[in-house]
Write a protein that binds this ligand. Structure first.
Ligand code: NI
Length: 164
């Protein structure tokens, strides 16, 4: 099982690089990422969270199949925003309301190397935006005010969340 890294691991604050070609290794990596996400009961997981600075993430929201996004770009966002509580497998135990566009249009490559476009709203749009942020070294805490972020980080105690 892939190990999920947690803050303050440096890799979580760096920009990931494009996946240069989609190979059998990419397919195996995506499978391992989906397993790690399920193992941690998460609904999204991005390359940097497993220590890889590669532009790939997986998501699996209720009522949907697992989805893989390679070299994704958000090509459209709704003007309308929504507020939802977010957490992160790399910041265990912390949750906060984050405001983001309610809907997005994303373009990415699938595991067959084919480009696709997806219009998402609700929880799927939320997870896609959260995971895409990870590819740019951005965490959900970065969307909060500095004061709120600092208050939350004071509460963060990784020792309370050691994997068992
Ligand atoms: Ni996250």
């Amino acid at each position: 099982m892939l190990n999920i890294v947690t803050i303050p691991a440096e890799v979580l604050y760096q920009k990931a690089e494009a996946v240069p070609s989609i190979t059998a290794e990419t397919v195996a990596l995506a499978d391992q990422m989906i397993d790690a996400m399920h193992g941690a009961q998460g609904i999204g997981l991005a390359g940097p969270q497993v220590g890889l600075l590669q532009r790939i993430f997986v998501v699996h929201v209720a009522g949907d199949d697992p989805r893989v996004f390679i070299n994704p770009e958000i090509i459209g966002t709704s003007i309308e925003t929504s507020k939802m509580e977010e957490g992160c497998l790399s910041i265990p135990g912390l949750y906060a309301d984050v405001v983001r566009p309610r809907a997005v249009e994303v373009q990415a490559y699938n595991l067959r190397g084919r480009p696709f476009t997806l219009s998402a709203e609700g929880i799927l749009a939320r997870v896609i935006q959260h995971e895409l942020d990870h590819l740019n070294g951005v965490l959900f805490l970065d969307h909060l005010s500095e004061r709120k972020r600092e208050r939350m980080l004071k509460k963060y105690d990784p020792a309370e969340h050691l994997p068992v």
